[in-house]
Structures are given as C-alpha cells and as structure tokens.
Design a protein around this ligand. Structure first.
Ligand code: ATP
Length: 274
C-alpha cells in the first residue's frame, strides 16, 4: 500500500453502484443513497418513510447530529466513521419487532467477522472491540399512520468507529474502539458485506423472529459470567452475574435474590467497577 493511499479518505470512494454490485441477493432490492453530509440518517429516513417505495439505505459521509438512545448524541468524523441507516418494511406488526436490535447486533458482528474483526455484543445495542464501543445501533420503528396494522417499518441506524481521534474519545468521556486498518479497507466491499449481512438477518427475523438469534447473541455476549450492574437514571438497580438474553430479548442477571430479567427501556449495562 502506498504512503499516499494510507492517508486517503477511503469513504470518498463509496459508490451506490459498486456497493450494489457486491451485495448478496437478499440486499439487491435495497435502494442505496449516499450523501456528503446530513444531520442524522435516521431522521432523514423517518421523515421520508411515506415516500419510500422499498428498502432504502442512506449513508452519510459526514453526520453532524447523530442520535443515540433517549436523545443522546452519537459522534462521528468524516473518513473515520461509518454512519448509515437502513429503512426496512416488515410484514409483521410493530410489536413483533421487539428484539430487533439484538438480531441486528448479531448480523453486524457476523458480517464484521468476515473481515477478521471480532466483536462482542453489549446488551442491548452496542458492539464492543477489545471491550470498547466499536458501534452503536439505534432502531426507530413506525407502525401507525397509513400502513396496514400488520405491516411496520424499522429505520435501523448504525454508527461504526473505524479510527476516531483521541479528541472524540475525550469528548465522549471514555475510550472508544479504534481499528485504523478498517478505514483503509475498500469501503464498498465493507458496506456490501454489512448490508448483505443485515438484509439476510432481517429476512430471517421476519420469518423466524428473535428465536433464530438468541443462541447466536448469547455466544457473542461480552459479559456472560461476569459481574455487571444495571443502571437506571444514574442508580444501580441490579447487580449480579450476566447470564445472556432470554427468548424475548431481556437481559438476564443472576443476583443474590435470584434471576432477574431486564427489559431494554432506557437502562444501561455496565461491568462492575473493579
Ligand atoms: P451506554 O454505553 O451508556 O449504555 P447507550 O448504549 O445507552 O449508552 P447510546 O444511546 O446507544 O448509548 O449511544 C449514545 C452514547 O454513546 C452517548 O451518550 C455517548 O456517551 C456515547 N457515544 C457517542 N458517540 C460515540 C461513539 N462514536 N463511540 C462510542 N460511544 C459514543
């Protein structure tokens, strides 16, 4: 690899046609759009849902107002992050999408493994690399309005840190994962691998539900057998040994008082401070 290419912004080479040409069949119906900059790819797709003819991927080379859960912020930097959202229509009602973040986590982890990037999953919606956050998932769904009640749309937002600068990490207040060579990969091949993995998983989720993913999720669980805490509004509400997820996506903890099943809501999972 030349010195010149080493510093190049590989996201500059992203092309909808090249991504589409490299995708597996399940992702072929996805319309792919790439924009130089936007506030939030999730917000854009949600606003445009009524106009979408079918599944759509929106990738922003630079996202200026990325969103996390509960109105939190997702930070990214051009050429050093991947930020994209996939709008997908399911032939099931919106309540059947419970657990979708876990299936998406499995899909991303399995797709990244094809690029020799081994990640673990942190319930409910994060991917960890060497214990640090590599990627976050934010799913916003819509089942009301003009769509029939047995149909729903999910907008699946994904932010991946490839090689964020230390300054971003300092802004976030904790170290984040960094895989500089990931930013040097052919970004069209990487995106095609991620999109194909997602599409395969979403088709499977629609037909088989979360059951097809819980075993896979548990084998990728970052905190299985470790002491963890669940934090709600800054308060520790449970502490015990992490025991994976159950059939409806709740996180299981073996506490001194017995096994507790935690619903996603707006709670945070943390390893217990040493
Ligand atoms: P926690 O990790 O506290 O459980 P969460 O998974 O609930 O958080 P999300 O809402 O998914 O958090 O993500 C937003 C949070 O992630 C922000 O509040 C910030 O702390 C952190 N964050 C923001 N940008 C990044 C990033 N690029 N990489 C890692 N973490 C980030």
């Amino acid at each position: 690899m030349s010195a010149c290419r080493y510093n190049a912004d590989m996201t500059a080479t992203l092309s909808p046609e090249q991504i589409a040409a490299l995708c597996r069949p399940s992702a072929q119906p996805v319309r792919i759009r790439i924009v130089e900059e936007t506030g939030s790819t999730n917000a854009d797709l949600l606003a445009g849902l009524p106009m979408l003819a079918g599944p759509t991927l929106l990738l922003a080379k630079h996202q200026t107002a990325g969103r996390g859960r509960a109105g939190r912020t997702w930070l990214s930097a051009q050429g050093k992050s991947l930020t994209f959202s996939l709008a997908w229509k399911f032939g099931v009602p919106v309540h059947a999408l419970v657990g979708l973040p876990l299936a998406v986590g499995v899909a991303l982890a399995e797709a990244l493994a094809m690029f020799n990037i081994d990640v673990k999953l942190k319930w409910p919606n994060d991917l960890l690399y060497n214990g640090r956050k590599l990627a976050g998932i934010l799913i916003e769904s819509a089942g009301a309005g003009s769509v029939p009640h047995d149909v729903s749309w999910a907008v699946i937002g994904i932010g991946i840190n490839m090689s964020l600068d230390q300054s971003v990490s300092e802004h976030i207040g904790r170290p984040v994962a960094s895989i500089p060579w990931m930013a040097e990969l052919d970004q069209n091949t990487l995106m095609a691998g991620l999109l194909s993995g997602l599409a395969d998983a979403l088709v499977q989720f629609e037909h088989e539900g979360l059951a097809a993913f819980t075993g896979r999720w548990n084998s990728l669980d970052a905190y299985a057998g470790q002491v963890v805490t669940i934090i709600d509004n800054g308060q520790v509400v449970h502490e015990g040994i992490g025991a994976g997820v159950d059939g409806i996506g709740r996180f299981l903890i073996d506490t001194p008082g017995g096994r507790v099943a935690v619903m996603a809501g707006d709670v945070s999972l943390r390893p217990r401070e040493a």
